[in-house]
Design a protein around this ligand. Structure first.
Ligand code: FNR
Length: 369
């Protein structure tokens, strides 16, 4: 099957979200926004990927307005006039290039690191406190903390709509705050936010409902989740289809429009006895459109291809992906690392110019180009 004849590059309408193609840019932290404000370089970085055929740009995680939301240097904020003015330029540039745009709204929770307060110092408030020996003490969030964070997500989503974004993505994956509630490995609460799957999901449900109330019925809400955690790559949030259903149903009913199902390798079957991946299961359970992700264009055969120019191996991977898309296992395909290295990857795939694809290298993370 050739990529240019594939629905991957055709427009698609998913509820209230119309996209020029089914290719999505995966959210990737880049640390190039000093003082939390996206620069003109950030504008050009996203614009270029949209111009090359990415239908939906999902931004790097951008923090909601809560004192402990950020954990890393030079991560963009999604609050404050300066940061929102920076994002407005990105939105306009992506739209001018024909793409659609969704910020990924983020709170890192207890993954927060030392020295990352708003002024570069360690904060002495919020869910973290500094001890005399410079260690951070983490306390379980109070009901007031929870309400503050719910409100912060809702405000960010409202602001996203106001500056012309086409959707928002809520970062519920990879062991950050929302996921810290989901996962038994981090949720030690014995109140209404801890214990059963339903109770562990309650924080996310409250955020989704608040976001829905803030943006109205027709503004798309994308929700990203994962089995794996940065604290434990082998973690399984929902080890059986039944538990996955218990996990997803309340989120879906609370108002999620699209699920972004984060896997490290998209081709891995989620449960025994079926070839379906996480997106496939999620689509079947919820009936909602799903995004798949994970090493598209980056599997070991592909890397080998890069070295030996063995086109057969590469084409097999893309063929498998397109086959699954045709089989409606998922609706959209997100790509991450290939896009950091090679902004023109979508065009090269569409035009079959495999020999021009740039090889992946971690060196590429050092600059924003
Ligand atoms: C990521 N990823 C990620 N995920 C997320 O939800 N929010 C984020 O801010 C980031 N940041 C980030 C930075 C960098 C440098 C990388 C490489 C990855 C995960 C990313 O969205 C994606 O799920 C994985 O990279 C797998 O897709 P690829 O890269 O194999 O196509």
């Amino acid at each position: 099957m050739s990529a240019h004849a594939s629905p991957l590059f055709e427009p698609v309408v998913l509820g209230s979200l119309s996209l020029p193609s089914r290719l999505v840019m995966a959210p990737m932290t880049r640390n190039f926004s000093p003082n939390g404000v996206p620069t003109d370089q950030v504008v050009e970085y996203y614009r270029r990927r949209a111009a090359e055929g990415v239908g939906l740009i999902i931004t790097e995680g951008t923090t909601v307005d809560h004192c402990a939301a950020n954990g890393y240097p030079d991560v963009p904020r999604f609050h404050g006039e300066d940061a929102l003015a920076g994002w407005k330029k990105v939105v306009d540039a992506v739209h001018a290039a024909g793409g659609k745009f969704a910020p990924q709204l983020w709170h890192v929770g207890n993954v927060r690191r030392l020295g990352t307060g708003p002024d570069g110092s360690v904060p002495g408030y919020g869910p973290m406190e500094k001890r005399k020996d410079d260690k951070l003490l983490v306390h379980a969030m109070t009901r007031e903390d929870i309400q503050d964070v719910v409100n912060a997500f809702a405000q960010a989503a409202k602001d996203a709509k106001a500056i012309g974004c086409d959707a928002v993505e809520l970062h519920g994956a990879h062991g950050y705050l929302i996921d810290q509630f989901f996962w038994e490995g981090t949720n030690k609460r014995d109140d209404e936010y801890g214990g059963s799957m339903e109770k562990r999901g309650r924080f996310a449900v409250e955020i989704i409902r608040a976001v829905r109330a803030a943006v109205g019925p027709d503004f798309p809400i994308i929700f990203r989740f994962s089995q794996w955690k940065q604290q434990d790559y082998n973690a399984r949030l929902a080890p059986t289809p039944e538990l996955l259903e218990q996990f997803l149903k309340p989120l879906s009913e609370a108002g999620v429009d699209i699920f972004h199902c984060s896997q490290r390798r998209y081709w891995e079957p989620e449960f025994e006895g079926s070839q379906l991946n996480l997106a496939g299961w999620t689509r079947n359970i919820t009936g909602k459109p799903c995004i798949t992700v994970g090493s598209v264009g980056l599997d070991s055969e592909f890397l080998e291809y890069m070295v030996k120019t063995d086109k057969v191996a590469e084409t097999a991977n893309i063929d498998d992906l397109l086959q699954r898309l045709n089989n409606k296992e998922f609706d959209l395909v997100a790509i991450g690392r290939v896009l950091i290295v090679d902004p023109a990857w979508p065009s090269k795939l569409r035009e079959g110019r495999f020999d021009e694809v740039l090889p992946y290298s971690r060196e590429a993370l050092k600059q924003l180009a």
